[in-house]
Design a protein around this ligand. Structure first.
Ligand code: ADP
Length: 631
């Protein structure tokens, strides 16, 4: 039983092949994690780094809270099962399973007990005396699993264990491995390129592509709320349909016009999570809908308000018994138009034939929209930003007939009408301030609540920790955190509170055998914690002293206090306040520290000299030579 923590893990092979980039994940005890993605995306490399078979280039791997980057594979208490079984051909099944225990000098009677128990679990008792070559593929894979089980490891790592088996046996072994996971109650990490295997076995799935994690989520969330087109297309069969097009909003009506000529219309309330800026009729988007979220229009349907209708011409009908897959085209005039090709999964009570023109309906609740350039979802379960048009005059922002005083930190040169204000949804707090809104939607997303607010017809989102406190229709007050807003037309930017300072790691001798280490930046020396030293030396050894570094930390990692010559200060940079930005609820001071600017929250005056105490454990350290975060 074990929990694992992978922090900013990178693998760079010789020749600067970045096989794994910034892999971050916490795995809880007893989870069944699946790494899935196309061949070459870095799944096996990540698994092998966990096993200790591959060196970690940068980052930190913890098992049960202990850093194991430099722990030998045999001491990690991990068992790995490979695709090719890796059995010893000259040994019997029993000997294969007993081998690791024998080398660990486990007494014979205990070995016997463990091997017979594992053989029973896996149903291979009758083959214990056979040699591997006298076994089928499925039986060999069971022996490989048995060899792992007898060691009672904390973590099971399985690298495509079923890919050498035929489809039927694979399905059977899949459920057998899931049962084994439940029975053993151990953490499993399983690598596969097969999305069905991933979806049926994993409690959480990591989707990878080209060395980058695309999304980590439960199978259901990956299916329902894919973060990008890659995940959307990778999960689910038949694959999600994608169409290029534009969106128009006219009043309460939203129209999706696809390049193939088809269009879907719906009420704005079904599309309100899509930022309005994409609804200008010009921004290119990709509309995505799964075959199972489409249907053939039913004359007797009572739920028509949940569906949008368009025409399609059928080209192929595949009858699978319990369901029918239709291959059709939304371009009824030109059924060969590739941009209009659509797959529909429907039930078999509709009899249609190639050449028929049918009414296809799209679920208004279950469609997806992606930005064409970034391929990222723009209809996220939790929207990232609020984007709303505002008027700016007399040091006041007018947003949907509500007024917000502009703090002195924000300088607005001239009045502006109808300009776009962008803020993260965390910048909008309900239950505070004087602006008024009505709750239009409430959705619980894990341990948070997403509120949709109607502010005189404009839709805004707010995310709060915990369970819902308000219901649909409630009137609430709300406030906006002015440090976080951006209005491009007026040069209003969010306050940048991140300090990014180039520096180095140095040492000085304090006794014959002892050194003191320093994080050297802005002409000052900060004393690193033991954790930082371990990580830096673990990653770079003594080369760390010659490596150019970048230290970055948020203003919240800094405590600013007035400083007088001779004061006793801890781990602090000394600087003079050169400017102060007053946001009302918080003031940020920019300080000059030997020519480097450092930002911290501070309630004093320009000209004050400050001791800026840095919480070094909140500092991120990057190796500038390879552009990789090492702490
Ligand atoms: P996957 O398991 O997802 O198929 P891998 O982790 O095996 O992918 O490989 C990820 C990338 O790293 C690939 O581009 C692969 O070519 C490269 N790679 C793997 N092993 C080595 C190696 N020993 N030396 C150099 N490149 C490697």
């Amino acid at each position: 039983m074990a929990s694992l923590s992978l922090k900013h893990i990178f693998k760079v092979y010789d020749g600067n092949v970045k096989a794994v980039n910034d892999f971050c994940m916490d795995i809880e005890d007893k989870e069944f994690i699946v790494f899935v993605g196309p061949s070459g995306c870095g799944k096996s490399t990540t698994l092998r780094m966990i096993a200790g078979l591959e060196e970690i280039t940068a980052g930190e791997l913890q098992i049960d809270g202990e850093i194991v980057n430099d722990v030998e594979p045999k001491d990690r208490n991990i068992a790995m099962v490979f695709q090719n079984y890796a059995l010893y051909p000259h040994m019997s099944v029993y000997e294969n399973m007993a081998f690791a225990l024998r080398t660990a000098r486990v007494p014979k009677d205990i070995i016997h007990e463990k091997v017979t128990e594992a053989a029973e679990i896996l149903g291979i008792t009758e083959y214990l005396e056979r040699k591997p070559k006298a076994l089928s593929g499925g039986q060999r894979q069971r022996v490989a699993l048995g060899r792992a089980i007898v060691r009672q490891p904390k973590v099971f790592l399985l690298d495509e264990p079923l890919s050498n088996l035929d489809a039927k046996l694979r399905a059977a072994m899949r459920s057998e491995i899931s049962r084994l996971h439940q029975r053993l109650g151990t953490t499993f990490i399983y690598v596969t390129h097969d999305q069905v295997e991933a979806m049926t076995m994993g409690t959480r799935i990591v989707v990878m592509r080209d060395g980058f994690v695309q999304q980590i989520d439960s199978p259901m969330n990956l299916y329902r709320y894919p973060d990008n087109m890659f995940v959307a297309g990778f999960i689910g069969t038949p694959q999600m349909n994608f169409f290029e097009g534009v969106i128009n909003k006219r009043g309460d009506e939203v129209r999706f016009s696809l390049d193939c000529g088809a269009a879907f219309e719906m009420n704005y309330s079904f599309a309100e999570k899509i930022p309005v800026k994409y609804m200008d009729g010009k921004s290119k988007v990709i509309f995505g809908v799964r075959p199972e979220d489409l249907r053939i229009a039913r004359p007797d349907a009572t739920d028509s308000h949940l569906w949008s209708r368009t025409k399609a011409v059928v080209s192929v009908v595949e009858v699978l018994g319990n369901e029918v897959i239709l291959y059709a085209n939304l371009n009824v005039q030109n059924p060969d138009d590739k941009t209009g090709a659509i797959t529909v999964k429907t039930d078999p009570d509709f009899i249609v034939h190639p050449g028929d023109v049918i009414d296809v309906e799209v679920s208004r609740r279950k469609f997806h929209v992606f930005d064409k350039e970034t391929e990222k979802s723009i209809k996220k379960r939790i929207p990232e930003q609020n984007i709303v048009n505002v008027d700016i005059a007399n040091n006041t922002i007018r947003l949907a007939e509500q007024s917000f005083a502009i703090p002195s930190a924000i300088v607005v040169e001239s009045s502006r009408q109808n300009v776009e204000l962008v803020m993260p949804i965390s910048a909008l707090t309900i239950g505070r301030g004087t602006a008024k809104a009505r709750i239009h939607g409430v959705e619980q997303v894990e341990d948070k609540t997403l509120y949709t607010l109607d502010v005189n017809g404009s839709i805004l989102f707010s995310l709060k920790d915990g369970e819902p406190e308000y219901g649909v229709g409630d009137d609430v007050s709300f406030d906006i955190d002015m440090c976080k807003i951006a209005v491009a037309d007026c040069g209003i930017d969010p306050m940048n509170t991140v300090n990014s300072i180039d520096g180095e790691f140095t040492k000085s001798k304090i006794s014959r055998k002892e050194y003191q280490f320093y994080m050297q930046m802005a002409g000052h020396k900060l004393v690193p914690s033991v954790r930082i030293c371990e990580k830096l030396f673990g990653c770079k050894g003594t080369r760390i002293f010659k490596t150019p570094l970048n230290y970055s930390f948020d203003a919240c990692a800094v405590t600013a206090k007035p400083y007088n010559e001779g004061d006793e200060v801890g781990n602090a940079l000394i600087g003079k306040v050169v400017s102060i930005k007053d946001y009302g609820h918080v003031k940020y001071a920019t300080c000059d520290c030997n020519g480097t600017q450092v930002v911290a929250a501070y309630e004093g005056q320009v000209g004050d000299t400050l001791a800026l105490e840095v919480n070094v454990d909140m500092v991120t350290i990057k190796d500038k030579t390879i552009d990789i975060i090492i702490v």
